[in-house]
Design a protein around this ligand. Structure first.
Ligand SMILES: [Zn+2]
Length: 85
């Protein structure tokens, strides 16, 4: 906990993790740009504040952000190939 930063950044999830989290893409489901970083629990994950869609979980916030950005793409790739399991 390096110093005090006040509570003005509470509404901006990206400000809570400066430099460690890449810019998050909008929600792939509703297109909402307001996404929430759940970094205080295990595992970490990203959630949309508009439709509450949850992204993939990861051990770190950075990885969760990467997975969210990978998921935030039109679902038109490898849809037919994922039939096993
Ligand atoms: Zn959404």
């Amino acid at each position: 906990m390096p110093g005090k930063t006040g509570d003005s950044a509470a509404s901006d999830p990206l400000r809570r993790y400066p430099g460690s989290v890449q810019p998050l893409r909008p929600c792939p489901f509703c297109g909402g740009a307001e996404v929430w970083i759940h970094g205080d629990i295990e595992p970490k994950f990203i959630a949309c504040r508009k439709c509450w869609a949850f992204g993939p979980t990861a051990p770190t916030v950075t990885q969760a952000a990467e997975l969210w950005n990978k998921r935030a793409t039109p679902p038109e790739t490898n849809m037919a190939a994922a039939t096993s399991g």
